[in-house]
Design a protein around this ligand. Sequence first.
Ligand SMILES: [Zn+2]
Length: 382
Amino acid sequence: MNSEEAVQLLQQVIQIPTVARDEAKVADILEQLVAPYVQAGKMTCERLNYAPGRDNLIIKLGSDDAPVKLGIDGHMDVVDAGDAAKWQHAPFAAEIADGKLYGRGASDMKSGLIASFIAFLEVAQTLDPAQKQLVFFATVGEEVDNYGARQLAAGHYADGLDGLLVCEPSGPQIQPSCRGIIDYTVTAKGKAAHSSTPEEGANAISGLFAYSAAVAEEVAPLIAKKHAMLGHATHSITLIKGGNQVNIIPEAASLRANIRTTPLATNAEFTAAIKRALAKANAAVDGVTLDLSVDSTIDFAASPADNKLVQSIQTARGAIDLPEVPVVGGTGINDAAVMLQPGMDLAEYGPGSDTSHQTDEYVEIADFLAAIQVYKELFANY
Ligand SMILES: [Zn+2]
């Protein structure tokens, strides 16, 4: 595939608004392109349905018995475009201006998805199927709760891989680890009363304040620990609701919070800390009952900074005269967090810009084309 065809394929895929839906339309395009290889017996292609119109795609090149196995991951969904009127280049037009390709998903992460897919197709000509297996995963629902990757992990699709390359936009750096996440809700139930006689009620908001103070104290020792690559864990109360009217003691209130975890301050340790804080707060405010629900929890994914996949990416860059890039911890969460298994090499590395999830999201076309070359070298040398 030449550069022009590569860019056209990326445009075609960006023009499909896969905002938590219709990933199957992207899967259709990819499946059509691998069909000749499947017919020739060089690849297998499987669709794994998540919901109507939403299929994960798993394409395998090389033997199941090969001694080296590399997984390649890209998500097909994108976040909402927001107010389209605020975009200078319509979000799903895939317009090109000044060497940049604009559109929702141009950076996060249809450029990484398509660049790695093209490289995958191109190495099919030369890869020795007995020596190496490449497994290409195109997933659904990454932006919501990693639905597709969860389905792949549960279905054991990532079992036995030596390495997992996640083609998310990484900036000019490689990320061999990412922090974990916990989302939780605390609900407070009290008793309404006229605010002139608060002693007759039980203030649910006071319950939340007690919780907020208690949790700050309980998580402080965890947040204090600094991981060499992932830095500090964090805990943030991000939503709060409560009360109906200024002269009524509120009978109900709730808050939600988001935690980012590290190998030094784990999901299990944070969960224990918030439970202790809840018990303290329950004891602190008479007549108010606090309940906790952990809405989502995903462990950190951490692989050594000098793992073989990271080294292979640096070597691949060198092969096309690109300089080495820094190896840093990732702060966000992506498919890696649910697909990585102990002992597996991880690297997040892909084209894109710092405009992910923003208006006028773009990728530099040169960055996209260079990524294809790096991935080709990488798939050959890993
Ligand atoms: Zn992404």
